[in-house]
Structure formats: C-alpha cells, structure tokens
Design a protein. Sequence first.
Length: 590
Amino acid sequence: KLAVKLDHSNNGNNIIKSLPQIKDADYENNKLDIFRGIVASMISEFAGKTADEIFKLLEVSRNPELGDLTIALPRLRLSGDPINWVEKLIPNEYITEISQAGYYLNFRYSYPLLAKILLAHIYEKKENYGINQSGSGKSCVIDYSSPNIAKPFHAGHLRSTIIGNFVKNVHVANGWKAIGLNYLGDWGKQYGLLAIGFEKFGSEEELLKNPIKHLYDVYVKINASIEGNPDVDEKARAYFKKMEDGDETALALWRKFRELSIKKYMETYARLNIDFDVYSGESQISNESMMRALNILKEKNIAEESEGALIVDLTKYKLDVALLQKKDGTTLYLTRDIGAILERYEKYEFDAIYYAVSSQQELHFKQLFKILELMGIEWFDRCKHINFGMVKGMSTRKGTAVFLDDILEQTKESMHEVMRQNEKKYSQVDNPDYVADIIGISAIMIQDMSAKRIRNYSFDWTRMFSFEGDTGPYLQYAHARLCSIERNCGLEINPSANLDLLTEKSAIDLINMIAQYPDVIKSAKYTLEPCTIVTYIMKLCHIVSVTLETLYVMGTERQLAEARLLMYWAARITLGNALKLLGLKPLERM
Ligand code: ARG
C-alpha cells in the first residue's frame, strides 16, 4: 500500500497530499523526518519492506555533492532481479533529485521547500525549537555535583556539575521529567571532627562571611592537630555518636554548617546557571531504609559476617569484596547509597537514575548496581553511572586549595584581561564585568564538554580563552554577532520573507545544518555525551561564519535582505537553544 499519495494531475508536478505514517517519524518536531518519510515510503513500494524499516536505514549523506539523504542498497537485502531505482522513483515536490552512485541511492531535498517548512516551524517554536516529546510520561533522577561539606570542591565536582546538568537538560529536551539532586557529603565522623575543630579554631563572623572557606580552614587545622593527639580523634568519634543518636545541640551546630554551606553553594551554582530540585545528602538517609536493605541481603545470604563486619563477596563478578557495616555497627558510603537509591525509588518511581561521578568511583557504582540486582530489585537496570575522566592543572594562580568560587573569580579576571586587549571593542561593552564572567564560564564549560567524557584533559588557561578555535568565547562571539545583525540591520524579522531567494550554496548548507538540530538532541539522549552537541554547534558556527562573509543583510535589496535575515535569525535561535542545552547563557552583546 503506497502511503504517499501523489497527485499526477498537476501538470506533471508530483504534489504530496498526505504524509506516510511511520512509527519513528516525528513530523511535528523534526522537519527532516518529512523528507525521510517520503523517501522511505517511495522505496518501500518496490523493496518489499515497510516504510518503518526503511526509515531506520536512511542516513544523512556524508557527501553533500551527491545528495542530502542516502541509503546503502545492500542494507535492503533484496533478492531477485536488480531494480533500476533511478527509473522507478519519480521526483516530487519534496525530493527533487534521485541518483545512484555505486551501492548508494541518493536523494536531494527541495531547498526552498525545506527552508519554508523549517523556518515557519522555528518561527512558531522559538526557544523550544529542537525538543521532542519522546520521553513524555517518563521521569529520571540525576545525582550530580554532590560536594563534601568542609572539603574542597575539586575538579571532579565541577565536571559532575557541568555534565550532570547537561544530562538533566537533555532529558527535559526529549520530553522527560528530570529531578536534579545534590547529594552532599555531609555525614560521618569527620563532621564530629569539624565540630570539635570549630570550638577550638572557629569564628562565628568568618563562618557567616564565607562558610565554605572557613569550614575548610577549620577542618585543615583540626586535622593537623590530630597527629600525636589521639584524644581529638576520640572526641570526634564521641561527637559523631551524639549526632547519630540525635542529640539536638550537636545536630544544631552541624545543621548550621550545612545550611550556610548550601546557601553559599546556591549562589555559586546560580552563577553557573544551575539549580537543584533537591539538596539531599548522606545525612538524610534513614537508618531504617539501610537496615531494611541489609536484612534482605542477610536473608538472601548475599551478605555475610566477617570478623564482626558485614560484607558482600562480589569477587565472582570481579567486583572485589564490598564492606557494608563496620564492626561497631556504623555504615559506609556504599551502605548509604543503597539506602538512598531505595528511598529515591519509593519517592519518584523513576524510569532512569543517573550518577554523574568521576570514573574513579567506577567500582563503587558497579558494586551498588550489582547488589541491587542480587537483592532481586527488578528495576536495577535503570541505573547508570555517568562517568568521566580527570582534569589536570585546575588550581588558582596561587596554587592553593581549589574552591569553585576562586576558580570562577580567576576565570573572570583572566577573561577580562583578554577583553581589554581590544581597547575599541572593550569600550563598547556595557557591563564588562558581567560579560567577562559569562564568557569565562563558557570557556571553562566548553573546554570540559568538547571531548568524550571519559577523556582526561588539562586545564589550559590560555587556550580556553581564545576567540579562535573550538572554544566557549568563539561560540559566544558567533551568537553575539548574529544578535548584532538583528539589531543593526534596520529590518524586522519577517516570517513570510521570500525564501525562494536563498539559492547560494552556503545558504543551503546553513539551512540544512539548522534542520539537523532535532536529530542531534535525539542522539544526545543516547550518547549522553555533551560533545555530541558541542560538535554540532561548532559545525553550525563555522557555516555561519562562512555565510556571513558573503551573504550580507545590510546593503542588500530589501526582499533578499529579509530572506537572509530570517535565515540568520533561525541560526541564532538554534545556536542559543543549543548553548542553553549545554548550560550556557547565550550573550547578546560582547
Ligand atoms: N560526595 C561524593 C564525593 O565527593 C560524591 C557523591 C556522588 N553521589 C553518590 N550518590 N554517591 O566523592
């Protein structure tokens, strides 16, 4: 049954009356799917396969000289006489050219038509251009950032923050409900130690001024005084015991440390354009849920006693032996993570849960997920560790302990210096401090997201600030430049501009690249790699630069100027949306 209805009566123009129904096609959100659907349906008529199957085999052509869309014929697995495809398939108003090169069958879209459909769509969707609803009804939890109170916020936490936020945004962009969770390291004997330290070295005033830094200072001092002083250690243990037993005075101090730290973190996160739905932490996991899990593990003979401690032997799975409870009955990081995930499932009934944590904790998460599986939890396969490699050389100039705030200050200053090198431009920037902050943060984030997550990289203070090459400043500059065209051209965006006038190769390349954005959002959901998006926007920005060199808006005859302006506007919307997806704030001027 041919789903594409062609109307041959119209002077030989093949007009398509209704689109073929294809399972994976998202005609509403992805306008390239219209063209793919039509091609799939055309082929299916002769291939003895459904359009659904063929749709999956279509690829974006790697050689635009030959066409926009391609299919490798051997993948159709046809038997019988060879088909003369070029003769059988008749071009129509959507697909203007069909050709064969070796094993490949190539198709070319009608460009004025794609441009018209696409730009009307973007004009309607604006900041929602690119997203889809494929995950509607599904929900996920993302555990990310998760620093430890009174310890440095190190590069691993920064990566977790950036990558976790991205994973969250990508899910939202694919129609999921996403809950962002900050699981603070806020429990354990070291908080007893911190309290003891605060009595000795603390200052109420300093605490209010900069809680994170002050608590760290106190922690370092008290740690140093432990040496040769077993008394301090004993006191810390006793203090933490009081906390675990719910002693109100002990808990009040700890709560104050925690709340002040969270408040300060929230300010810094806001600067990074990030917020959390929930501030949780190891302290929030109830004893009851941990014990419930431990009992199941004991009953099922998965956990066993060993020298008074409770362990799970996972050597069979090459996952070592996991310790769940110490001799004195206290629990561990892993035990709390077991309790935490059970509580989270009870609360959210998530379809997926992600932990954005460095690959140094690979074993920890493998153990956690394996233990869930052994417990007989049927949703164990919804858990995923979003791992990433290390960053070398992220420290401030003074080389002191790393606080996120200091890194961001340093970045802003350095960016400011770079900006000052161009006196003329610098003098035109309204709010240089704000702009330096945003570009600086973009520099850090793009540097972090340019390669596969698992790769280690070195923090490069010089390279990441460059306006050339694949950097954050380059992307922000491209965005600001597109904004300035809109501001300065003296024309309004006209959604009914005559797009038939966009005939140059670079205009066609640009439209084609813009049209691929919904595909990229979809594939980012599978890779969960920020570089999927970064690579795309780099390509988009390169085409924008090339196009801007030859296709002017200003000084061009009005009709053509309006068509080009609409195209650049769509490029700006797409770039801005992609930057936001990565967690950046797109700049309008810089
Ligand atoms: N606080 C931990 C650390 O700094 C990271 C916590 C990650 N999340 C988790 N559920 N284990 O290493």
